[in-house]
Design a protein. Structure first.
Lengths: 183, 330
């Protein structure tokens, strides 16, 4: 198994700064935005984006946490069930612009599950998707509105995002899984 | 990200995978399993606060409730829990099914299996009936109370209710007051609370304690016996009152209900001996004026209604863990 660092801590900081500026640029009324981090690593990214927006514009954006495991489409096919953790979104999402935040966009199935979960919690005026890494290989018609970095990858590779909040370091690396493809 | 309050484990939480196909009792649960159930239950509780209290986790699965004994809250709670997870539910009660025509438990199970049921929630007056069912069924069996033996989902919801409020369970003084001899709720709670390091005290006349329990020797390690209600309640964190099962009092185990009331009813003066922040619990249904003074039922310390709400969340967690996913290869 070989690995290669594609984003360093400094790259991640700059990327999230740029994404925050894009969000500010595309949304005149920031008071209407709710950030929702998809567990696990979408959550610290959502917090960092919200902090950046606060720093640049002075607007405090509410940040929620979404666990979408009960909405996964592979629940009935997995031997090992995901551990369900709590969802908590501090404000009503009705009529809000919800920005879903995740670390890696791959097949699009997580984003689909997360959107279903959100819609069960209210009726947002729109849902947008922000991801740090888009690695391609979509299996559903889903695209991200805000992308940190496009990393064309092969299915034999694994893109791993490490963040100091969850993994003690900031780094994005790409692993070659070789023959032993695991999912 | 703030560390969440839901850690029973003192060390780093392991990534535990649920491996039980059936839920028959909690006597062999590990602390990690309790932790997983409580953590999953708190995620389910959040769903109950949403405008749409439904998630698709068990879509396409069918759950049967098979009750050979009357029940309102347990059966209703399981049905709601299953429906909140999008499972389909069929309810079979002994009075209105082929059971009155003499169909045996095993035949009923085979019938349910032929209907393609994935999970069977069973309540039976005979201790051990769910174990027999588990031997014969491909479906997952969940024990909703068997005789005097066990009521694991009640104990888990009681543990969750205490944990939700106290944020821990270890070293809490939990007093189980009343007829534990005939109580499956008490037996499961003894396993559960002592299994996570709480200190359980049983308080009742000696004749109403589980058979084999006396001052010198009893089979439950670390469980204290105290026949004096005042001593038992002193410093309690949790007071769990059991129903005096009037239908089971014909064996001459106590002289008279009035005498029981005099010595063992939980009233305000006695409850004041517990800690100021003590929780008052009752698995229901309550016999007002017998095991508990009616004024206490809705007092601020009482969490009897929360127990019912939490029962749905805990049963959702258990149904998800036991029936969700693909268990064939385990």
């Amino acid at each position: 198994m070989t690995n290669k660092t594609v984003l360093t801590a400094e790259d991640i900081r700059r990327t999230l700064g740029r994404m925050a500026h894009e969000i500010i640029e595309h949304n005149r009324d920031l008071s209407n935005i709710v950030m929702v981090g998809m567990r696990t690593r979408g959550v610290p990214i959502a917090h960092r984006l919200a902090e950046n927006i606060k720093k640049y514009e002075g607007t405090t954006i509410p940040v929620g946490v979404l666990d979408f495991s009960l909405y996964r489409d592979d629940l009935a096919h997995r031997n090992l069930q995901p551990v369900v953790e709590s969802t908590s979104i501090p404000v009503s999402i009705d009529e809000k612009i919800v920005i879903l935040v995740d670390d890696v966009l791959y097949t699009g199935r997580s984003a689909r599950a997360a959107m279903d979960a959100l819609i069960d919690m209210g009726r947002p005026s729109s849902i947008k998707l922000a991801v740090m890494i888009d690695r391609g290989h979509r299996e559903l018609p889903i695209r991200a509105d805000y992308v940190g970095k496009n990393i064309p990858s092969s299915r034999n590779e694994d893109v791993r995002v490490k963040l100091s909040e969850t993994d003690d370091t900031d780094e994005v690396s790409i692993f070659n899984l070789g023959e032993t493809q695991e999912e | 990200m703030a560390k969440e309050q839901t850690e029973l484990l003192e060390d780093e939480p392991q990534n535990l995978n649920w491996t039980r196909k059936h839920l028959l009792d909690i006597d062999s649960f590990t602390v990690a399993e309790y932790d997983l159930v409580l953590k999953t239950a708190s995620a389910m509780k959040e769903i109950l606060s949403r405008p749409i209290k439904k998630v698709p986790a068990l879509r396409g699965k069918t759950i049967a409730t098979l009750f050979y004994e009357p029940s309102t809250r347990t059966r209703g709670s399981f049905e709601l829990a299953a429906k909140n997870l999008s499972a389909d539910v069929i309810n079979l009660a002994s009075a209105s099914s082929s059971i009155v025509k003499g169909e045996s438990l095993i035949d009923t199970l085979h019938t349910l299996q032929a209907m393609g049921v994935n999970g069977i929630v069973i309540r039976h007056s005979m201790a051990g009936a769910p174990y027999l069912a588990a031997k014969h069924a491909q479906a997952s069996i969940i024990n909703a109370g068997d005789g005097w033996h066990a009521h694991p989902t009640q104990a888990l919801l009681d543990m969750y209710t205490v944990f939700e409020q106290k944020k821990h369970l270890k070293d809490l003084k939990v007093v189980i007051l009343g007829d534990s001899r005939h109580s499956r709720v008490a037996r499961s709670n003894i396993w559960g609370f002592s299994g996570v390091g709480a200190k359980v005290t049983l308080c009742a006349p000696l004749t109403l304690l589980p058979p084999g329990m006396n001052y010198r020797y009893h089979p439950y390690q670390g469980v204290e016996i105290e026949t004096d209600i005042q001593k038992a309640l002193e410093g309690a964190d949790v007071v769990m009152v059991l129903r005096l099962q009037k239908e089971r009092q014909n064996a001459g185990l106590m002289p008279d209900v009035r005498e029981y009331i005099r010595y063992y009813q939980l009233n305000r003066q006695r409850f004041a001996l517990a800690k100021p922040d003590a929780m008052l619990m009752h698995p229901g249904p309550v016999n007002e004026n017998i095991e508990i003074e009616p004024e206490l039922i809705r007092c601020p310390a009482s969490v009897i209604d929360q127990q019912v709400t939490n029962g749905i969340a805990v049963r959702m967690a258990l149904l998800y863990l036991v029936i969700g996913g693909k268990k064939d290869e385990i």
